[in-house]
Structure formats: C-alpha cells, structure tokens
Design a protein. Structure first.
Length: 414
C-alpha cells in the first residue's frame, strides 16, 4: 500500500489529541455527505419529472411529423407514401388535417384545435392509455365520433351518455361569397363524443380529435392535409436508429417539407427542462462547495495537531513532498468518504420513494397523473456528482497543505 495513503488512513480513524478535531472531521464528512445526498435526490426527482413529461407528450406527439416549410396545407400525393412505409422501422402513416373550430354543447361553447386523423391513428397512437372516460373511438361504420381533451370537456360540460344532444361543430365556410346572414358564413356539423383524454393541460384545454373524413367535410377540403405523422416501431430504442429513419424520411419528403422528431416538436419545453436541471445542479453544487470549506479547517487543525509526527517523519528522512501527500490523501479521503456515503444514502432514499412512494404529490389539492413524486436514478448523475466533489475537494485540500506545510518547514529549517 502507498505509504502516504496508509498514514492518511490511520490519521483519519485514529483518535486525535484534541477531541474537537475528531468532531470537526466528522462534521466535514457529514457536510459533504449531506450535500452529495441532496444533489443526487434533486437530480433524480428532475429525472423522474422529465421522464413523466416525455411519456405524457409521447402519447400525443408522433415519432416524426412532416409539415410544409412554407404554407399550411398540401396534397398527400406530394409525398410518396409507399417509399416511407417501406423504410424498416416505420409502422404507421397518419394523415392529419388540423384547423380551429368552435364546439357548442347545449348552451356552452369552446374554441378548439380540431384535429382530423386517418384510421391508423387509433391503432398506433399512445392516446388510448390516456383516456379518463369512454374510449378512443373515432369511427364506427358510417358514424363519426369526437374525442375531447379533459379541459375542453369541462368547459362544454360534455356528457358521454347524452344521446339526445350532440356537439355542434362550427368552422368558417371556405366558399368565396359574402353571406347575407352571419350563420351562413359558417359550416355546421353535429357529432357525438365517445371519450375524454387527459395528457397535459396545454393539450387538454386545446384539442379535440375527429375522423379525417369529418374534418374534410367540415372545413371544405377535398384532399389537402396539414401534416403527416409517422410512427416508429416501439421496439427500436436506439436514438441513432431513430435518427437514421428520420433522415431517410427527410430525404424522401424533399426540401419543401420539414421533418421533426418528438424533441423538436416540443423543443422549447425540453430546453427549459434541461436548463432548469443545469441551474439546480449549479445551485446545489455551490452549496456543496460551501460544505467543503470544513475540510480546510479540518486539515489546518490536523496539521497543527500532528506537529510532532511531522517532525519525526522529517527527521527520519521523509521529504516535504511525502508529508504533503499524506495530508492531501487525508483531505481526499474525507471528500471521498462523504461523497460515497452521500451517494449511497441518496440512492437509498430514491429507491424507497420509487418502491413505496413515501412523499405524495398534490396538485392544488386534487389528483395528478401520478400519486407520488416521480424519481429516476441515472448513472450519469452519480458520475457528474463524483467529478464535482473531486473538483471542489482537491483545491480545498491543496490550500491548507500548501500554506501551512510550507510555513512549518521553513520554521524547522531555521
């Protein structure tokens, strides 16, 4: 075993001549451990919320979405469907027509983004897992049905069991004449609701989903669509494979179209989440930095306490560098002990939360999509935290060793 490390370990566990030094050493280890534990817990909670948000958005957003670079609607024939379907990994191809419409149920109204989708939507969308009432049913024979966001359903007061009062859907007429009556400027169709979904507030209060044929008839389009949604096989987990499929779709679609993956469809949200996590990491890192100041005091007092040991080692031929390495190793042992203990405690607390959900999640006194704070442990967080402790601990150790040791050796030589 390395001599400096061996002596440092003995100094760490042995009883000092002053009990206060033992106490300060314990406080130093505990301080680093608590800071490390808090950092691991906070980062894991952020991971949990990030995964939760991704799972919610992934149930609504497609894997890939094709839209025009300029303009609003285009013909599906502009993109060769067969070539895209032949790409390995592509499992669905959904045509989408999305416009703003007014829903009216009895004496209540709601302005929504009405999303018309082709039949493949119900077969491959993850929205069926987010249904809170009814089912994801858009077509049954010749009959059309509408699926409402939870917020839209609340505004309308929609009743899925009301078979006497349908929902009236209004959209501006696309005919090029001026109507004599205001009512003639709008196209009106009726439809019954089949289900209510709840994904996220922005979606729940804005969207209603109908069959593509109903949307075409309501908005007066014959074959135009606003987007194409491509589904990728869920067994494909590699981001590299997904990126490869995206590039193939982009090459087939051509320069006039843009292809966005799920991250790009909600780019602002994901950037905010990453920025928040980075900010929390820096804030907690600063707290950990303050906690490491105890190491400076601990080493300073330890060096004073071990004057006789230093004199003996120096007289026996131990060089200045060897003695410095002893106290450097001592300080790093304090840092590493606290870091390892903190990471283990943080992992244990996170595991307890994952397994038992000890800390409940309340959303304004009501229910949320999960009952307890979501937590997810990621190895990369442990790596970054360990590097952070190393980066903070090493300068904190070098400072007292360089200053106090040099002063002491100068006194000895004189």
């Amino acid at each position: 075993m390395n001599l400096s490390l061996y002596i440092a370990k003995r100094y760490l566990v042995s009883k000092k001549s002053h009990n206060i030094i033992n106490l300060i050493s314990i406080i130093s280890v505990v301080g680093v451990a608590v800071g490390t534990m808090a950092l691991i817990i906070v980062l894991s909670v952020f991971n949990g919320f990030e995964s939760l948000v991704k799972s919610l958005f992934n149930s609504f957003d497609p894997d890939l979405k094709i839209t025009l670079v300029e303009g609003k609607t285009f013909s599906p024939a502009a993109i060769p469907e067969k070539e895209i379907r032949d790409i390995p990994g592509v499992v669905s191809y959904t045509r989408v027509l999305e416009e703003t419409a007014l829903l009216k149920y009895q004496n209540r109204q709601a302005l929504v983004s009405l999303k018309g989708v082709s039949r493949e939507f119900t077969a491959h969308s993850g929205l069926d897992s987010m249904m809170v009432h009814g089912e994801l049913l858009l077509e049954h024979g010749d009959r059309n049905y509408i699926v409402l966001g939870y917020g839209v359903a609340q505004v309308l007061g929609a009743n899925l069991n009301d078979y006497l009062n349908p929902i009236n859907v209004y959209a501006p007429a696309r005919k090029g004449y001026v109507a004599s009556l205001p009512e003639q400027a709008f196209t009106n169709r009726i439809i019954f609701p089949s289900g209510i979904f709840s994904v996220q507030q922005d979606f729940d209060t804005r969207y209603a989903i109908v069959p593509l044929r109903f949307a075409e008839n309501l908005f007066g389009y014959e074959s135009e669509i606003t987007a194409l949604e491509i589904g990728i096989d869920r067994r494909i987990k590699s981001e590299r494979e997904k990126s490869k499929i995206k590039e193939q779709v982009k090459a087939i679609a051509g320069e006039g179209f843009q292809v966005k993956d799920r991250y790009e469809q909600q780019e602002l949200l994901y950037k905010i989440m990453k920025s928040e996590k980075l900010a929390i990491f820096l804030i907690m890192g600063f707290i950990l930095f303050i906690a490491t100041f105890n190491i400076i005091g601990t080493l300073s007092m330890l060096i004073l306490d071990k004057k006789k040991d230093i004199a003996v080692l120096y007289s026996m031929g131990a060089g200045e560098n060897l003695i410095k390495r002893i106290f450097i190793a001592e300080g790093m042992l304090i840092s590493f002990s606290g870091a390892i203990a903190g990471m283990l405690l943080g992992a244990l607390i996170c595991w307890i939360q994952i397994r038992f959900g000890i800390v409940p999640l309340q959303a304004g006194g009501g229910s949320f999509v999960v009952e307890a704070y979501p937590v997810e442990l990621q190895f990369i967080d442990f790596f970054y935290v360990f590097i952070l402790v190393l980066g903070i601990g090493l300068p904190a150790v070098l400072y007292p060793v360089r200053k106090i040791s040099r002063k002491y050796f100068e006194q000895r030589l004189n």
